[in-house]
Design a protein around this ligand. Structure first.
Ligand SMILES: CC(=O)N[C@H]1[C@@H](OP(=O)(O)OP(=O)(O)OC[C@H]2O[C@@H](n3ccc(=O)[nH]c3=O)[C@H](O)[C@@H]2O)O[C@H](CO)[C@@H](O)[C@@H]1O
Ligand SMILES: C=C(OP(=O)(O)O)C(=O)O
Length: 426
């Protein structure tokens, strides 16, 4: 098991380039199953999750070539399997995103139940409700779910909650359905728009992605496409907080500022200087941050995937802040780890009350999930002593070269590999 070691660092300085978005590339790779022609994806982040979804696609019969570190070619001409095995689905919940494309293309899909995880139970009822509305027959077996339909029929689907994954899965199923599908109360995240843009390049007819009503007119088949994945707004936000927490001056390059509105607004509210510069955002942290409250919401609200990193910032802010998590029912696992580093945080239901401290103390801590791991790294940058983070495989799911990128800004961070121990799986 590897460890990431972080020591108190000087204010970070320089430029860091953001990679392609994990949450955009995963559904886009799943969508390549819909085409019998070659698809080429650029700005593909070199992440563990990307390797897993590629393994899923290969197991179904797709031919995958890595042309460059961030460029992948997928040829899904010969799909001969309809089952994504538990072995892979347990490594990454997003494997479930192959269900929609498989069902649309093959008329049948069988996927292992993804199960719960550290941030909540994460049910799949909305995905299934959508497939049923499109005419699929759903069978729940021991540990798997099977969907069958000779041809899906377009329908009107209202989502009880704007689930990102359900919107994507239903959209991918509906592109080859007969007639029109309307998804109401759809998720509006930029990653949904990126997926829709990719599908439209393949020949789909999708309108309204990025709003709460998406209209999909089914087509007979889809062709190949070349697509460049949007920048990762969560990775960008994490480096913006790294600049703020260390009182640094960092240009976070390759971003879409519009995707980061709530993070920019909150950083400004805590007295950080934030400005757009070319394709980047510069963050200058001159003073100790002022405590501000946040409430996570579906896009365009404050992203739940930035909640723990923001809490790390609030742990050293001046004053008291309240963080309310409304998207996941159990996304405060990082609190006990931050407390080990001296943070003063109390949890009351879905709220965390944080009394900002002037300094934190390094400690051995565990990354309980991906963003929890990022929060611990951020805290380590401003903690006296050494912070030793284990369960780093979570961090590798979502951050490309995180130590190298932070080191290039002057951070004191490195990784210790211990290959003798077996890695626990997510
Ligand atoms: C790969 C990917 O893109 N992951 C992102 C995606 O996850 P994911 O697509 O899993 O998140 P959802 O938007 O679906 O989940 C949001 C909430 O809806 C609930 N829910 C979801 C589906 C369902 O069928 N039933 C149900 O009750 C979930 O338990 C959760 O409480 O969006 C989340 C919310 O922005 C982000 O934190 C994740 O980083
Ligand atoms: C929760 C996250 O991802 P996933 O849905 O892939 O677990 C995340 O990116 O913070």
């Amino acid at each position: 098991m590897s460890k990431i070691i972080v020591q108190k660092s000087r204010p970070l300085q320089g430029t860091v380039r953001v990679s392609g978005a994990k949450n955009a590339v995963l559904p886009i790779l799943a969508a390549t199953l819909l085409s019998t022609e070659k698809c080429v994806l650029e700005e593909v982040p070199a992440l563990r999750d990307v390797d897993v979804i590629c393994e899923v696609l290969s197991s179904l019969g797709a031919d995958i070539k890595r042309l460059e570190r961030d460029k992948i070619e997928v040829m899904a001409h010969d799909i001969d399997e309809i089952e994504a095995p538990y072995e892979l689905v347990r490594k990454m919940r997003a494997s479930f995103l192959v269900m929609g494309p498989l069902l649309a293309r093959m008329g049948k899909a069988r996927i292992s139940m993804p199960g719960g995880c550290a941030i909540g139970t994460r049910p799949i009822d909305l995905h299934l409700k959508g497939f049923k509305a499109l005419g699929a027959e759903i069978t729940l077996g021991y540990g798997f779910v099977e969907a069958t339909a000779e041809r899906l029929i377009g329908s009107k689907i209202y989502l009880d909650f704007p689930s990102v994954g359900a919107t994507e899965n239903i959209m991918m199923a509906a592109v080859l359905a007969e007639g029109q599908t309307v998804i109401e109360n759809a998720a509006e995240e930029p990653e949904i728009t990126d997926l829709a843009n990719f599908l439209n390049k393949m020949g789909a007819d999708i309108k309204g992605a990025g709003t709460d009503t998406i209209k999909i007119n089914g087509v007979e088949n889809l062709g190949g496409a070349v697509h460049s994945v949007i920048p990762d707004r969560i990775e960008a936000g994490t480096y913006m907080i790294a600049a703020a927490i260390t009182g640094g001056n960092v240009l976070v390059d390759n971003v879409v500022p519009d995707h980061l509105k709530p993070v920019i607004a909150k950083l400004k509210e805590c007295n950080m200087e934030v400005m757009e510069e070319g394709n980047g955002i510069r963050v200058i942290g001159k003073n100790r941050p002022k405590a501000v409250d946040i409430k996570t919401m579906p896009y365009p609200g404050f992203p739940t995937d930035m909640q723990s990193q923001f809490m790390a910032l609030m742990s050293v802010a001046e004053g008291t802040s309240i963080v309310i998590e409304t998207v996941f029912e159990n996304r405060f696992m990082h609190v006990s780890e931050l407390k080990r580093m001296g943070a003063d945080i109390k949890i009351e239901g879905r709220s965390a009350i944080i009394e900002g401290k002037e300094a934190l103390l390094g400690a051995p801590v565990k990354a309980t999930d991906l963003r929890a791991g990022a929060a611990l790294i951020l805290s380590g940058l401003v903690s006296d002593g050494i912070t030793e983070i284990t369960n780093t495989y979570h961090i590798d799911r979502g951050y490309v070269d995180i130590e190298e990128k932070l080191r290039s800004l002057g951070a004191n961070i490195y990784r210790e590999e211990n290959l003798e121990e077996e890695e626990e799986l997510a």
